[in-house]
Design a binder for this molecule. Structure first.
Ligand SMILES: [Mg+2]
Length: 188
């Protein structure tokens, strides 16, 4: 049994970013968007009135006194799965890329949602963190991690906005991720 260092992304993996921004968007702009419209990585300017992401982030920086990221819900199975993994002795490092305005809200959110972790990196440079296993949903991050961390297992959380990549493992839900970590931790 090996204890593994797990680098876990937040948005799209633990935090339901799309459900969160769509809920506020529909409220603020009297719109009727649904999460299934998010079928690509850069769809926000296409499905909203925002001309570019700068306008979106200006809006998302202050919603009811905190940034969007403070308001996000967790995916239902995410925290129990992370708790399981921690209980089995694995180390959970959160590795998340956030706009600068959201850094403090991210630390608050991790505490408020009781995410089981003792190590948090807020960085766009995810390969700068060492880990046995990286779990992410962002196509550019998965590509970069695969290239820069040849010794690590890189895992894609399969979502409508990403696609298969050579050398990257796929999981579709948190049960599959726990099973994958179990398998990796029992191999020599
Ligand atoms: Mg993500």
């Amino acid at each position: 049994m090996k204890y593994l260092r797990l680098a876990i992304d937040l948005d799209g993996v633990v935090a339901n970013f799309n459900a969160g921004w769509i809920r506020f968007y529909n409220r603020d702009f009297d719109a009727d968007l649904t999460v299934d419209l998010v079928d690509g990585w850069d769809v926000i300017p296409r499905i909203t009135h925002f001309a570019h992401m700068g306008q979106f982030w200006d809006w998302a920086a202050d919603l009811d006194g905190a940034s969007l990221f403070r308001h996000l819900d967790t995916f239902p199975d995410a925290v129990p799965a992370l708790e399981d993994l921690e209980r089995r002795g694995h180390h959970i490092a959160i590795v998340t890329s956030k706009p600068e305005f959201a850094v403090h809200d991210t630390f608050c959110w991790i505490g408020e949602r009781r995410i089981p972790t003792t190590e948090v990196h807020v960085t766009e440079d995810k390969p700068s963190v060492s880990a046995d296993v990286f779990l992410d949903d962002a196509p550019h991050q998965l590509r970069r991690l695969r290239r820069s961390r040849p010794e690590s297992v890189v895992v894609r959380f399969v979502r409508p906005w990403n696609g298969p990549l050579p050398g990257v493992e796929d999981i579709h839900d948190w049960d599959e991720f726990v099973a994958l970590v179990d398998a990796l931790s029992t191999v020599d």
